[in-house]
Design a binder for this molecule. Structure first.
Ligand code: IMP
Ligand code: MG
Length: 440
């Protein structure tokens, strides 16, 4: 039996394959002109997608990375959680840059609405966890998705209903009871801070009403029927996925390819390919075990500095780690990635660098599958490579790459080809034009 293709257009996906911050924003922005629609399907303003253009840096949190292209429709899908205040701040930023997103931005009426209490609950939950905290971005993501799953919080489309305020008030009183319970664990918000947050939230909500809030699944259907090319822009990463990441040190959304269908309302068969973004080394922010973390903290510091590895949403320093092929195999399988974009090959402040090729268990045996509990890993198997330091090369010409870099890339390319993927593009600097096509 063959699947009937009901639409002329297609969806391609860009995802992070490590722990977020792989440079997805740059990849989406630099390939944007090939698409008619760019759509976010998961997460909220916990994301930080950085785009650099002529030395100017823009960071987007909630709005899709295609917003700088006025001819592209940008969609915030139903799988996204929307904080009106964050939305307002980002819109204001864009207006100040001379960008008017009113005509090319669409918000799903089924997107999850974050209330002004959710960020407080997120922070309270972290205080409650103490040393076991997840290290969330504090943006309210976990409590927001929890309440959406519990069918309690309103959806974005509900803001136009006649009984919205009444419904919200009821929900807010429940949230206040919940917030109150954290007092005993030392988390308290002053009445003044609550009043400020609430007033700001309602003010921003009014502004959000001026935007296109609609059934974006239907909008995408119409686009796909007429043959449009849609790019689904992932936030966070496969290794931070609620289902397959290192739970509970994960985010609360469906970050994986499967999240595209549920988070946009498009048929699975319309998704024709997945591109995964990685960096030439790995980084992680937040709690939980970072198994790949570099042992030499001086070298880690050098990567943090040269790679500007601090959170674009929270400003926290990112821990730096070796390139983890074993984790990548898992992420490529789960996401069905075939094309891999590797960023930041211009950053290599070490004489020797390592690639993790396997994990060993307590019996000293190589693990076959990615472990449920990272504490079961007793040893990492690594392969060492010569670093290329700050050797100069032309960012647009592979032929000028230092031999050490080529050796490294050839090895990774040949290993991931065993997982069914190939390197596609190499990111050689922060600017949207700093990349080069790989050999294949
Ligand atoms: P939350 O998404 O704010 O709930 O945070 C949960 C975990 O995901 C924490 O470890 C965060 O550091 C991590 N996280 C969330 N968003 C991002 C991101 O955009 N980049 C990197 N890590 C993230
Ligand atoms: Mg980021």
């Amino acid at each position: 039996m063959s699947l009937t293709k009901r639409v002329k257009g297609f969806v391609k996906v860009i995802l992070g394959l490590q722990y977020g911050d792989e440079g997805k924003g740059k990849i989406v922005d630099s390939t944007a002109s090939k698409y008619q629609v760019i759509a976010r399907f998961n997460g909220g303003n916990n994301a930080g997608h950085t785009i650099e253009e002529n030395g100017k840096k823009h960071v987007l949190h909630l709005i899709p990375s295609g917003i700088f292209h006025s001819e592209i429709k940008n969609v915030i899908g139903n799988g996204v959680i929307v904080n009106p205040v964050a939305f307002d701040e980002e819109i204001t930023y864009l207006f100040n840059q001379g960008i008017n997103p009113k005509n090319n931005l669409y918000i799903s009426n089924r997107a999850k609405l974050m209330t002004w209490v959710h960020p407080f609950l997120d922070k309270a939950g972290e205080v409650r966890c103490g040393k076991d905290k997840i290290g969330t971005t504090g943006r309210g993501i976990g409590p927001g998705y929890k309440d959406a799953r519990a069918r309690k919080s309103p959806l974005v489309g509900n803001i136009f209903s006649a009984n919205f305020e009444e419904r919200l008030e009821k929900f807010e009183s429940e949230q206040m009871v919940e917030l109150e319970t954290y007092k005993q664990f030392g988390y308290e918000v002053s009445v003044e801070d609550m009043c400020i947050a609430k007033a700001q939230w309602f003010k921003s909500l009014e502004k959000m009403k001026e935007f296109n809030i609609c059934d974006t699944s239907y909008l995408l259907r119409k686009e796909l029927e007429k043959g449009s090319h849609v790019l689904a822009e992932g936030a966070q990463s496969v290794m931070l996925d609620i289902h397959f990441g290192d739970y509970p040190n994960v985010t609360s959304s469906d970050t994986n390819t499967s999240g595209v269908s549920v988070g946009l309302g498009v048929p699975i068969s319309s998704i024709i390919s997945v591109g995964g973004v990685i960096k030439s080394y790995s980084t992680k922010v937040g709690g939980g075990k970072f198994i790949a973390r570099m042992e030499d903290l001086e070298i880690e510091k050098a990567f943090q500095k040269e790679g500007n590895e601090k959170g674009s949403t929270t400003g926290r320093p990112r821990e730096c780690g070796h390139f983890d092929l074993f984790a990548l195999d898992y992420a490529i399988f789960l996401s069905d990635t075939t094309k891999v974009y590797m960023n930041k090959v211009d950053i290599c402040p070490a004489k020797k660098i390592k690639v993790i090729t396997g994990y060993k268990d307590k019996d000293g045996k190589l693990m076959e599958s990615y472990p449920f509990d990272l504490n079961d890993v007793t040893e990492l198997v690594t392969k060492e490579f010569d670093g290329w330091g700050d050797k100069e090369f032309d960012p647009h010409d592979i032929k000028t790459f230092p031999i050490e870099l080529l050796n490294y890339l050839n090895f990774i390319d040949s290993e991931i080809s065993k997982f069914g993927a190939r390197l596609a593009y190499i990111g050689t600097g922060p600017d949207r034009n700093d990349y080069v096509k790989w050999k294949v």
